[in-house]
Write a protein that binds this ligand. Structure first.
Ligand code: HEC
Length: 102
C-alpha cells in the first residue's frame, strides 16, 4: 500500500507537476517533494542500501541535518547539493512527513 502511494505520487508528479503544485493541498505537495528523495533513500524513506533511512527520523534532527548540509557544516557526498534546493518551510514539511512514516 505504501509502495503504491509512493508510486502514485511519482506518476502524479511526472504528469502534472505544474497543476499539482498550484492547486493541490499542501500534503500532496509534500508527498511530491518526498518522492524526490525516494531514489536514494528508498520508498517512504526506508532505505534498502548504504544510504541512511529517513523514515522515523526525529524532526529536529532532520531539520538540523538539512541546515548543516546546506551550510557545509556537515560534510556530504551529495546531500549538500540536494539540501540547497529546498526552502526552510519545505524542509520542515519534509521533516514532519518522514517523522510520521512508521
Ligand atoms: C542522489 C541520492 C540522494 C538523494 C536524491 C537524496 N539523498 Fe539524502 N542522503 C544521501 C546520502 C548519500 C546521504 C549521506 C550523506 C552524504 O554523503 O551526502 C544522505 C543523507 C541524508 C540525511 C541525513 C540522514 C542521517 O541519518 O543523518 C538526510 C536528513 C537526508 N539525506 C535527507 C534527504 C531528503 C529530504 C531528500 C529529498 C529532498 C534527499 N535526502 C535526497 C543521498 C541522497
Amino acid at each position: 500500500m505504501k509502495k503504491r502511494m509512493a508510486y502514485t505520487a511519482l506518476v502524479v508528479g511526472v504528469l502534472s507537476v505544474g497543476a499539482a503544485w498550484a492547486a493541490e493541498p499542501i500534503d500532496t505537495r509534500t508527498r511530491l517533494l518526498a518522492a524526490n528523495c525516494a531514489y536514494c533513500h528508498g520508498p517512504d524513506g526506508k532505505s534498502r542500501g548504504a544510504i541512511p533511512s529517513l523514515a522515523g527520523l526525529e524532526k529536529g534532527y532532520f531539520i538540523q541535518q538539512m541546515k548543516d548540509f546546506k551550510s557545509g557544516a556537515r560534510p556530504a557526498t551529495v546531500m549538500h547539493q540536494h539540501a540547497g534546493g529546498y526552502t526552510d518551510e519545505e524542509v520542515e514539511k519534509l521533516a514532519a512527513w518522514f517523522a510520521a512514516v512508521k
